[in-house]
Design a protein around this ligand. Structure first.
Ligand SMILES: [Zn+2]
Ligand SMILES: [Zn+2]
Length: 220
């Protein structure tokens, strides 16, 4: 399974950076785009530079309804509408209706934990105010969490994700969560996007902290 960060507040040289998050998950069975950043043109531009064909993507998952995660959706769908789309079930009804007319696949409103594709699971919709889903990736021996902004808090996300097995690592935005204890058994802490306390996490877990940015890629 391969994970590539396509959009982040930080980017490697030659790629565009912008407030938001998006990553590609290639499982060998499916190509899943998780979130789209806010600027779809920057998203597509980064994809091109990373030699990712937007048309190779069969599944789009949106973590939550904030602009820095869904702003690029229309631009992406104009390039490739042959996707199934998974959004938290509390997404606005109008947005769901609009998005459903733009895709050739099906739109699924996710509430409960469950499988999205082979080896890829959603935590289901978490949180009170900003509802958000995170993904759990199951590689050969390990499970990894992918988060958008982590608004429901790291504890809630990790607890929900743990129902799929032990968690070995996490990638994505961790917002202002100070529930640092959840990282203690993780081998990889890829804190990106909106993570407020990157320095604290890096100091607490210097061996396991992973710097992520648009263009970062890893085989899991
Ligand atoms: Zn957010
Ligand atoms: Zn965000």
């Amino acid at each position: 399974m391969k994970l590539t960060i396509v959009y982040d507040n930080e980017a490697k040289e030659g790629l565009q950076k912008g407030w938001g998050f998006s990553c590609l998950i290639e499982t060998g069975y499916n190509n899943i785009l998780f979130d789209t950043g806010w600027d779809g043109h920057a998203l597509l531009d980064n994809m091109e530079k990373l030699s990712i064909d937007p048309k190779s993507i069969d599944t789009l998952v949106l973590s939550h309804q904030h602009w820095d995660h869904i702003g690029g959706v229309t631009t992406f769908l104009n390039r490739n509408a042959d996707v199934d789309l998974y959004v938290p079930s509390s997404f606005s009804a109008n947005l769901k209706k609009e998005m459903a007319t733009r895709i050739n696949g099906k739109l699924y409103g996710m509430k409960d934990p469950g499988e999205i594709c082979r080896n890829v699971y959603t935590t289901g919709e978490l949180g009170d105010q900003t509802k958000e889903q995170a993904l759990v990736l199951r590689s050969e021996n390990d499970n990894y969490i992918v988060t958008g902004c982590a608004h429901p808090g790291m504890l809630a996300i990790t607890e929900a994700a743990s129902s799929f097995g032990n968690i070995s690592g996490i990638f994505g935005g961790l917002h202002d969560s100070q529930e640092y204890g959840v990282f203690k058994d993780m081998q990889m802490i890829g804190a990106g996007h909106c993570t407020s306390h990157k320095d604290v996490i890096r100091k607490m877990y210097p061996d396991n902290f992973v710097k992520i940015f648009a263009g970062y890629t890893i085989e899991l």
